[in-house]
Design a protein around this ligand. Structure first.
Ligand code: 5RP
Length: 223
């Protein structure tokens, strides 16, 4: 049986080898990123970090890493983050952990954005993966009505708030033939704060499958 957690650690360790002294590093969120945070702390480099969630910030600080407030940061050198699904064109769905808004901001600020994942996350099509949408609570009813036109089914996460105080609806059954159109449509709905489609942000991915790590680079992979 494939040890998915061991693969997550392998992918994380491979990505962390890109980090050098004096870098400002964006820390993603989730179980794969937790391995990267541990590997970074172990390397004892002279770096600073920013975190995409309170959970990652807590973990990083507990392991001795310096975590800066992202509010005072314009760019980071490199961001490392997980994904729920990623295709050969390095388009991904993220947000199962509910951190997609801050993850997207940090990814956009990064000179290089790396996804780390175990092989179960590599997909031919993104559509079967639930797509999280972060919504201002004030706009819940209005946005839910609009989402009914875009998803065959959706569920609001029960008793859940993001680090930004917002709610998350997971959309199921979406048309993945034009994800850029869906992304634009979602962001045009007042009250939608973020969604989990990462279509252009990712520069590279380290994916570990049954002990073998593959590195994918944007624009250089066979489809
Ligand atoms: C959180 C995310 C995570 O990176 C994604 O859900 C992957 O998590 P994991 O590494 O635990 O599988 O997008 O918002």
């Amino acid at each position: 049986m494939i040890d998915r957690d061991a693969d997550k650690r392998l992918a994380a360790n491979a990505a962390v080898r890109e980090i050098r002294d004096d870098m400002l590093v964006g820390l993603g969120t989730g179980s794969t990123t937790a391995h990267a945070i541990a590997a970074l702390a172990e390397r004892r480099l002279r770096i600073e970090t920013v975190a995409t969630s309170e959970a990652s910030a807590r973990l990083a600080r507990s392991l001795g890493l310096t975590v800066r407030d992202f509010g005072g940061v314009e760019r980071v050198d490199i961001a490392i983050d997980g994904a729920d699904a990623i295709d050969a064109s390095l388009r991904a769905v993220k947000g199962a952990g509910g951190a997609m808004l801050r993850e997207k901001v940090v990814a956009a600020s990064a000179d290089r954005m790396i996804v780390i994942a175990d092989g179960s996350k590599r997909v031919d099509r993104l559509g079967p993966t639930k797509l999280p949408v972060e919504i201002l609570p004030f706009a819940r009813g209005f946005v839910a009505g609009r989402l009914s036109r875009l998803f065959t089914d959706w569920r609001e996460r029960a008793d859940y708030r993001t680090d930004n105080g917002n709610i998350v609806i997971d959309g199921h059954g979406w048309d993945d033939t034009a994800p850029d159109m869906l992304a634009a449509t979602l962001m045009a709905i007042p009250g939608v704060v973020a969604h989990g489609l990462f279509l252009t942000e990712i520069d590279a991915a380290y994916i570990a499958d049954d002990g073998i790590v593959t590195r994918l680079e944007r624009g250089r992979n066979p489809r």
